[in-house]
Ligand binder design. Structure first.
Ligand SMILES: CCCCCCCCCCCCCCCC(=O)SCCNC(=O)CCNC(=O)[C@H](O)C(C)(C)COP(=O)(O)O
Ligand code: A3P
Length: 301
């Protein structure tokens, strides 16, 4: 899909089929084009779906006559979608991305992998390691969170507390049989599901539109065309169907986290961490900094 760089961005010339989402990609001369959505509009539309989902889930949970912790399949931590998919969420996201990247032109592959590496580093920093405990655990400890011993027996608890107070990560706390409690517990699920979804939408959208419109050249996509395009795109290639299926699953699991788990504030901080790297790289740096764009490229077909 051809998409020349807007001069406002102080552009260098992009590869023919690179697509940088841009608000000014509509042609002002075409009648009725104000109703058309550019790639940027579509990306922002997809991105706005996630906070709305969390708000809807939280409102439902607050208004529901039964308690938010009501026993249902999706309120159980051990449900298979949680255990096999979300708990390995970055692995599944990686698989879908690598299949997508393997289809890109070789000149685009290295830069797509570089963007993936940045997204992976952000996932590691938030959930695994940040010069010590990961960001989510450092936030928890900084807000007076502790690893509490699980054993109610005071004899054992005393022994455990000694160990627990030395524990600085939620993972180690769980392994020691303790409970991570007291501080601000940023939702790891909201973070991962939002981060992974925005990464996949940003990388896959040009391909999805291209497959769903059969490469049609146009000023944009109308509202009524969005779902038919995604369906045609899924039908056109198994890889597109796989990517869209994962995005639907991530969206559903985010809704379930919104309904059954965490406080409003913990979901909000999870979401902020989830959009941070996407906003900096895809929304800001790639659009307004030609140097960044020349290093990382832009998602394309
Ligand atoms: C020239 C360019 C070179 C660029 C090089 C790029 C390298 C590309 C290929 C590298 C492949 C690496 C493969 C990495 C695969 C993985 O992702 S392994 C990780 C699998 N683990 C997960 O997915 C765990 C996800 N889960 C969590 O993070 C947490 O469980 C949670 C969801 C945040 C919840 O936290 P809890 O505390 O468990 O509640
Ligand atoms: N959509 C979902 N489905 C099932 N369990 C979920 C969930 N969202 C969050 N959880 C569970 O709620 C706890 C807090 O999640 P998080 O902080 O990652 O958002 C985690 O419990 P466990 O750590 O005991 O598995 C997690 O598995």
């Amino acid at each position: 899909m051809a998409s020349p760089e807007p001069s406002a961005h102080g552009a260098e010339k992009l590869d023919d089929d690179d697509v940088i989402p841009q608000p000014s990609s509509r042609s002002p001369t075409l009648p009725g084009t104000s109703l058309l959505l550019s790639p940027t509009d579509l990306l922002i539309l997809a991105a706005s779906f996630y906070p709305l989902t969390l708000i809807a889930g939280s409102v439902f949970s607050a208004c529901s006559p039964s308690p938010a912790s009501a026993d249902s399949h999706f309120s159980r931590k051990r449900n298979p979608f949680n255990v096999f998919f979300v708990k390995y969420g970055w692995l599944w996201t990686t698989l879908v991305f690598l299949i997508h990247a393997s289809r890109l032109r070789s000149s685009s592959k290295a830069r797509a992998l570089l963007r993936y590496a940045v997204a992976t580093i952000w996932w590691v920093l938030v959930t695994r390691w940040f010069f010590g405990p990961p960001i989510m655990d450092q936030l928890f400890l900084a807000t007076r969170g502790k690893c509490q011993p699980a054993d109610p027996d005071p004899m054992h608890a005393e022994e455990e507390v000694g160990t627990a107070q030395m524990i600085f990560t939620s993972a180690a706390c769980k392994v020691a049989g303790g409970k991570w409690s007291g501080g601000h517990d940023l939702s790891g699920h909201v973070f991962l599901l939002t981060h992974a979804s925005l990464f996949l939408w940003s990388e896959l959208l040009p391909t999805l539109i291209h497959s769903g419109t059969a490469g049609r050249e146009s000023a944009g996509v109308s509202w009524s065309e969005i779902f038919p395009i995604l369906i045609r795109s899924a039908a056109a290639r198994r890889e597109n169907a796989g990517g869209l299926a994962l995005l639907v699953l991530w969206w559903w699991m985010l809704l379930m986290t919104g309904v059954y788990f965490h406080t409003w504030l913990e979901k909000a901080t999870g979401w902020i961490a989830g959009i941070a790297q996407w906003a900096v790289l895809y929304v800001w740096a790639l659009r307004s900094h030609p140097t960044v764009r020349s290093i990382f490229g832009v998602p394309g077909i």
